[in-house]
Design a protein around this ligand. Structure first.
Ligand SMILES: NC(=O)c1ccc[n+]([C@@H]2O[C@H](COP(=O)([O-])OP(=O)(O)OC[C@H]3O[C@@H](n4cnc5c(N)ncnc54)[C@H](OP(=O)(O)O)[C@@H]3O)[C@@H](O)[C@H]2O)c1
Length: 328
């Protein structure tokens, strides 16, 4: 019952083969110029270290908010493809998919024999006032995920942090979890999250951040850098409107001129590269239930990332052309 590494390197050779296939698939009927596709697929996967330990994580993971039993076959392919492409981070929660997300992930990882190489994150659910807060939720997560340890256990939406903290500390000391954290997906919570980051020895925060929702860059992210807390970014693609904008409303609009230099072929990749390029960010967890979207998202974890000047240029473009199109 101990915490194990998620990086055993077994898929390296398969990755190379898979990348060739991915590049071929990416070129079929899409807008990406061949040269850009070749250069980004050949580039190594970008990874970042967790400040608390130095453990490396690939910068693009997978969010399981919408995973449900009735899509098991497609989700098996989504998770399997992520592993083939070198991704290892999967984020879920006791509450996701009406309670089905953890079960789907547990079943797929068991079938693939892939649990040891996945960085598996989930979140507590429950009512703090009822006592024993979090313990039943944690046990249920282990059962559904078919594992005896978690890489990351987080307190969902900052609910009951004071009540749950003794449990998280106990689980960490007994090696049932490797890291502990707190999450939100709303700028309204960022001030509270910062207070908690200053009060508790948090390993991770999971927070909403994107070029269309930059509040965290003024609040949570500087504190994470200062206190050496890892950052997992949620709703990076706007979360169907929950993250301050909707991907659907952006996708018909022209990409910024910088997209070509970044090897970016569409808005999801641009959004992901922007989020990953913040120096406080450890990884980003776009949610998807489709293999084609997974491949698109994973490709953003390779190749060139925007530097500080490019980030400013992208922000100007967003503010002028996307957020306020009437003033373009
Ligand atoms: N408070 C919290 O702790 C909290 C709150 C929200 C989310 N989260 C975590 O963060 C993860 C990400 O957030 P999210 O899933 O809500 O929102 P998101 O990642 O911003 O967006 C997900 C949406 O984007 C679509 N999508 C993904 N990749 C795409 C692509 N390449 N092209 C076109 N569409 C694409 C997905 O549809 P398809 O399924 O059709 O691909 C889905 O509708 C969640 O899954 C969850 O793990 C945490």
């Amino acid at each position: 019952m101990s915490v194990r590494s998620s990086n055993d390197g077994r898929y390296r050779r398969r990755d190379i083969i898979a990348l060739g296939l991915a590049a071929a698939g990416a070129l079929a009927g899409r807008r990406l110029p061949a040269a850009a596709a070749a250069s980004s697929s050949a580039a190594p996967l970008i990874s970042r270290s967790i400040p608390a330990s130095g453990q490396m994580l690939p910068v693009i993971g997978l969010g399981g908010r919408d995973f449900r039993d009735d899509e098991l076959a497609e989700l098996r392919d989504v998770i399997g493809r992520m592993l083939e492409l070198g991704g290892t981070v999967i984020d879920t929660a006791a509450a996701y998919g009406g309670g089905q997300s953890e079960r789907v992930i547990g079943q797929v990882l068991s079938e693939l024999g892939a649990r040891p190489r996945v960085f598996l994150a989930t979140k507590l659910t429950g009512t703090p006032e009822r006592g024993r807060y979090g313990r039943e939720s944690f046990q249920r997560s282990l059962e559904l995920l078919q594992t005896d340890y978690l890489d990351l256990l987080q307190i969902h939406n900052l609910v009951g942090v004071d009540a749950a903290w003794p449990l998280l500390t106990e689980l960490k000391h007994s090696n049932k979890i490797r890291y502990l954290g707190i999450t939100t997906s709303s700028p309204d919570d960022h001030g509270h999250m910062v207070q908690l980051m200053q009060r508790y020895p948090v390993d991770f925060v999971e927070v909403d951040y994107s070029i269309g929702n930059r509040d965290a860059a003024q609040t949570v992210l500087p504190v994470a850098l200062e206190r050496r807390i890892a950052v997992m970014v949620d709703v990076p693609l706007g979360g169907a409107g929950r993250g301050g904008f909707s991907l659907a409303s952006v996708q018909g609009k022209p990409l910024p001129p910088l997209a070509a230099a970044l090897g970016v072929r569409d808005w999801p990749q641009l959004l992901l590269k922007y989020a990953v390029s913040h120096p406080a960010v450890t990884c980003v967890i776009p949610g998807t239930t489709k293999v084609s979207h997974l491949e698109d998202d994973q490709a953003a974890g390779r190749g060139r990332l925007p530097d500080a000047a490019m980030r400013r240029e992208l922000e100007r473009y967003w503010d002028r052309v996307i957020a306020r199109p009437g003033s373009a």
